[in-house]
Ligand binder design. Structure first.
Ligand code: UGA
Length: 430
């Protein structure tokens, strides 16, 4: 059992805190947003993440996790302090580090004993050194600390199982003994610990996300070529993925990647590279292809309908991927904005993201079911591959629609079957 402090209760922080508590540790989470703090103290999670609510309740009941906005009490007796605050995109694409700086400042001012400070937020290479300086500048005398970079690889929608079943634990530190102690903290997870220096660990995170985004843009480029040459990208990905050097994951063609990580991290890495005098051509192409994937999807609809002006378009799925209510950088936003800009009316349904979506897309008509979306629609667009869209009653949907047109942005339906059911059907790359 260790005493752990987690600064920031976003996706990464809350999952980290709750999961370490579940492993039997005593966890104090610091959250300075009073509204969020009240929600957490009352036993509710402010975000939708499968399994998180149950785990939060269990560990609150057991007294293993508490929430506070007070650094002084949170840092008492704590050996490990995780920084898990947000690093949003700033105006020029670089990561905005103000929350990291503020938490480093508060940790430095309030630490009263030796501790290991672990940076889990995705931060530009060199930030660990900056955090080191800020803490050192504010620290009382005779207290020592070490900085460890421990990038997080969990995915929204499967964050809990990703935490408990990691592929690897990356730890970067100039103080190897501190890195080993953080490795020991993760020992119950049974994953390989990769111990390296601070800057390399920070780079591993960006390189991993950029590589996954590159795979998606690569397969989306192949999809575009498949469409022109009459091949099926799903089968191509299956054939490629069976090669162990390639592997089957992150080869689903579609309407592009979104979320709070890939768009931000590819851009931040691009910015870091360019600022260092490099010419990151591949990263530029990855971003361009991702933007085009959304445009091409709308172009397909334009090609079928002639004009979008005056049409009624139904959209199934709004969140950036299934099993989350997160709308950040969701492909649905770019697609719906383009449809509306050309005079289409849009109605939509998403199992959990409609409340979040209504703030970003206020002029969309939100429906109670997928079937309501189909009513009177000129076309139905699948943008997020929620399970409940995979076996819809298409005979009913066809009756409801003004025109039986389905654009499947995530390739969840069989083209032959959809055509046999009387739909004009277009997937991506097939
Ligand atoms: C991603 C990484 O997968 C995590 O390892 C990482 O920890 C996280 O970013 C982060 O940096 O915090 P996440 O953004 O939650 O996780 O979502 P992913 O499951 O990776 O999906 C990202 C986007 O790519 C989604 O919009 C998804 O629809 C799209 N995608 C994914 C594809 O278009 N095709 C694929 O084959 C896979």
């Amino acid at each position: 059992m260790q005493n752990i402090c987690v600064v920031g209760t976003g996706y990464v922080g809350l999952t980290t805190g709750v999961c370490f508590a579940d492993l039997g540790n005593r966890v104090t989470c610091i959250e300075i947003d009073i509204h969020k703090l009240d929600t957490l103290r009352s036993g509710r999670t402010p975000i939708y993440e499968p399994g998180l609510q149950e785990l939060l309740e269990r560990n609150l009941r057991a007294g293993r996790i508490v929430f506070t906005d007070d650094y002084v009490s949170a840092l008492v007796d704590t050996s490990f302090v995780f920084i898990t605050v947000g690093t949003p995109m700033s105006g020029n694409g670089a990561a905005d580090l103000s929350q990291v700086e503020a938490s480093a400042h508060s940790i430095g001012l309030n630490l009263t004993h030796d501790a290991i400070i672990i940076d889990k937020s995705t931060v530009p290479v060199g930030t660990g050194d900056m955090v080191n300086k800020i803490i050192a500048a504010n620290l009382r005398p005779n207290i020592s600390f070490s900085i460890v970079s421990n990038p997080e690889f969990l995915r929204e929608g499967s964050a809990i199982s990703d935490f408990f079943n990691p592929d690897r634990i990356v730890l970067g530190a100039d103080d190897r003994e501190a890195a080993q102690r953080v490795a020991d903290l993760h020992a119950p997870l049974g994953a390989e610990a990769i111990i390296t220096d601070l800057r390399t660990a920070e780079m591993i995170k960006y390189a991993s996300n950029a590589f996954l985004a590159t795979r998606i843009s690569f397969i989306n480029e192949i999809a575009q070529i498949c469409e022109k040459l009459g091949a099926d990208v799903k089968e191509v990905a299956r054939g490629m993925g069976a090669d162990r050097r390639i592997g089957p994951h992150f080869l689903d063609a579609g309407v592009g990647y979104g979320g709070s990580c890939f768009p931000k991290d590819v851009l931040a890495l691009y910015y870091m590279a360019a600022s260092a005098g490099c010419h990151p051509q591949l990263l530029q192409a990855v971003m361009d292809i991702n933007r085009d994937a959304r445009c091409r999807f709308v172009q397909k609809l334009r090609d079928i309908l002639g004009t979008l002006d005056g049409t009624l378009i139904g959209v199934l799925g709004l969140s950036f991927k299934p099993n989350t209510d997160d709308m950040r950088e969701a492909s649905s936003v770019a697609i719906i904005n383009e449809l509306q800009a050309e005079g289409a009316r849009v109605k939509a349904y998403d199992p959990v993201a409609m409340e979040a979506a209504s703030e970003i897309l206020p002029t969309v008509t939100y429906c109670a079911t997928a079937y309501d979306v189909a009513k009177e629609a000129d076309a139905l667009l699948v943008v997020t591959e929620w399970n409940e869209f995979k076996q819809l009653a298409f005979d009913k949907i066809k009756q409801y629609m003004r025109q039986p047109i389905v654009l499947d942005g995530r390739n969840i339906y069989d083209p032959m079957e959809m055509q046999a059911k009387g739909f004009t059907y277009r997937g991506v790359g097939r």
